[in-house]
Structures are given as C-alpha cells and as structure tokens.
Design a protein around this ligand. Structure first.
Ligand code: GTQ
Length: 344
C-alpha cells in the first residue's frame, strides 16, 4: 500500500487519477428513498407564447429548419431540450403551403394538435389530416413528413423520447431524398383496418407500436361524453382513458404513454402521485391543478408539467373540462418500475 495516501480526501484525489471514486460519498444521493428530480412543475399559457411560435414562422421556413419547433424546456433543466427528465416537448408550426421534409429517426414522436386545421402528417405512405385534439403518432424509425394544404397556421404539441435515446446512445436519423414521401395508401386506411375494434382476418402481428397512427379527437370526445353520463367518477382522475395499440392493448408506443381525461362539472379530485412525470395539455373548459405547493389555473391549449412523484390534484372550474396528457409510463411499466399512490 505504499504511496497510497492515508487521509480520505487525499485518497479520493489519488484514486481519481485511476478513474475510481468512493461510493459511500454519493450512495445516498444515487439511491434515494423517493424520486429526487431536477424536473420542476412548470406552466406555459398558450396566449403568452402563441406570438413567439408565429414569429418563428417569419424568421425561418419549415424546410430550412427541417422542423420549426420552439422547445418547451423545463426550468429546472435549462438548455437540455427536455420538459421532464425523460421526455422532450415543443410547439411545431407549419404555415400554409409549407412542408417539413420527410425523415425517420429512432426517436418516437407524438403530435397533439393544438390550433388550426388543414395540415397533414404522412406516416409510412399514408397521410392523415390533422384536427384540433387529434393524437397522432410517428413511431420509431417510421418515415414522416408534415405539410399544410390549408389556409391557416397549424400548431401542434410534439412529444418525443429524445432524452431517453440520448441516454441510451441509440440515435439514428435518415433523410428521404424528396421533401415528401410517396403516398401509397388512401387516407383512413390504417384507421379502417386497425382502429374500429376490428383487425384484418389474417392479421397476426403484435408489434412494438400501434398500427393506428391518428386517433381522431371526435371519437375520443364522443367516448368521454358517454362516460360523462355515468356518475362513478374516479376520485383522482374523473374519467380517464389511455391510447392503445389495438394489437396488444398496450400503450400506443413503447416509450411514451398518452391519455385523455374528462373532469366533470364541479370535480375536485383527490391527491394522486405516480412515478411518471406528466405533461398535460388542456383541450376544453377550465380548471386548476395543484402540483406540489404550486397551483396552475388553465384553459384550452395551455400546457403544464408535473414531476415524478409530485402530489397532483385537479379541479374543474365552470363546467366540465378535458385534459390530454403524456408521460413515460409505457416504458416504466415494461421495466416493472411504475408506481402510483392515491391520497396524500
Ligand atoms: O416532427 O419529426 O419536435 O424530428 C423534434 C424532432 C419534431 C418531427 C420535433 C423531430 C420532429
């Protein structure tokens, strides 16, 4: 042992030169009794940021930008392109006549349409027209391009697993040689084949992701309206549904789970916490959500984020309200890690 220092601090400095470190100095910050996150509760009022999104349309084209998006960064992790520790979110703008060129990447993406109509997303040879409230997926390694054939700007919320792919060092991307991929299937093809509680008779596939890539809001809203007539609300969630892969009943994508919930008139939810930090985007009505010791009052198109294990409670104000949300629950459940707790 000659030459190795006897004091702890000198020992640490010495072993550092051989790429070693003492676990006992960091054990309790590495393995914590409950989740400790840099992710903070945060809120984006759409009216406060809509002009910024539209301004980006004057400064750069969708083609030059490839994807013209303002990233929604968690204030606890500035500069890291993440809204939670594991997920990325942003607001993407497509102006009339523009195309965001076709590419594919290992990152999975969801789009939640916030404002406008007449734009489309093409996925694997099929275009789908986007309407407010539609939930659209572009699973890992699927070709996708976006365009706007309408006459108004279109804005949607992007949710991607970029931080996860970064963590795994598993990022790949390819560009399609043209701006748009060829259209090989009529609009509505995948919804007809897979999205009606039916599957093609010889379909025997259980894929990683849903073969449905647009879950139209009109249908989701109708389901919630029917559930709105029942009275046995979940005390924490109101009526909450999750988007599924019809082949398996699993979440629509491997890494990202998405949900839509109805808070009935006069709803005052009980406290709930779960290990999936969650991004919420309000669709209809108004409400108030308490996250830890902060309270956010929201209306349509506002976005907010709740960290892992933060106590959350929702209230509807002035009538019923509809909330979209997404998180990494899909991934955590596959790993057997997801936990939830009701009550404070
Ligand atoms: O639409 O493909 O917000 O590749 C970030 C990266 C959107 C997209 C984003 C992307 C996309």
């Amino acid at each position: 042992m000659t030459g190795i220092p006897n004091s702890r601090e000198a020992f640490y400095a010495d072993i550092k030169t051989r790429n070693l470190a003492p676990l006992w100095e960091s054990l309790h910050s590495l393995i914590t009794p409950t989740p400790k996150s840099r992710c903070e509760p945060a809120f984006w009022r759409y009216d406060d940021i809509r002009d910024d999104v539209l301004k980006s349309g004057e400064l750069i084209t969708a083609k030059e930008a490839e994807r013209r998006v303002l990233i929604m960064e968690n204030p606890g992790m500035p500069g890291e392109a993440r809204i939670t520790t594991s997920l990325y979110a942003g607001l993407q703008l497509i102006l009339p006549g523009e195309v965001a060129p076709a590419h594919r990447h290992t990152q999975s993406a969801l789009r939640f349409v916030v404002e406008g109509q007449g734009a489309y997303t093409a996925v694997n040879g099929e275009r789908t027209t986007m309407h407010e409230g539609d939930f659209i997926i572009t699973p890992s390694w699927t070709w996708h391009d976006h365009g706007n054939d309408g006459d108004a700007p279109m804005v949607w919320l992007d949710g991607l697993d970029i931080p996860v792919l970064q963590f795994l060092d598993a990022s790949f991307v390819e560009q399609w040689p043209d701006d748009s991929q060829p259209v090989t299937r009529p609009e509505g093809d995948s919804l007809a084949r897979y999205g009606q509680g039916l599957l093609p008779v010889d379909h025997d596939q259980r894929g990683h992701t849903s073969p449905v890539f647009n879950y139209p809001f009109a249908r989701t809203r109708e389901a919630l309206a029917t559930l709105g007539r029942i009275q046995d609300w979940d005390a924490c969630h109101g009526a909450k549904l999750r988007y599924v892969n019809p082949e398996t009943g699993d979440h629509a994508m491997n890494t990202i789970a998405a949900f839509m919930q109805l808070l009935p008139k006069g709803f005052s939810g009980e406290t709930y916490r779960a290990t999936d930090a969650t991004v919420f985007c309000a669709v209809e009505g108004a409400g108030e959500t308490k996250i830890g010791d902060q309270t956010f009052k929201w209306g349509p198109r506002d976005t907010f984020v709740a960290p892992s294990w933060a106590p959350i409670s929702h209230k509807s104000l002035d009538g019923e309200a509809v909330l979209f949300s997404f998180s990494d629950r899909s991934m955590q459940q596959k790993l057997g890690l997801w936990r939830e707790k009701r009550g404070s």
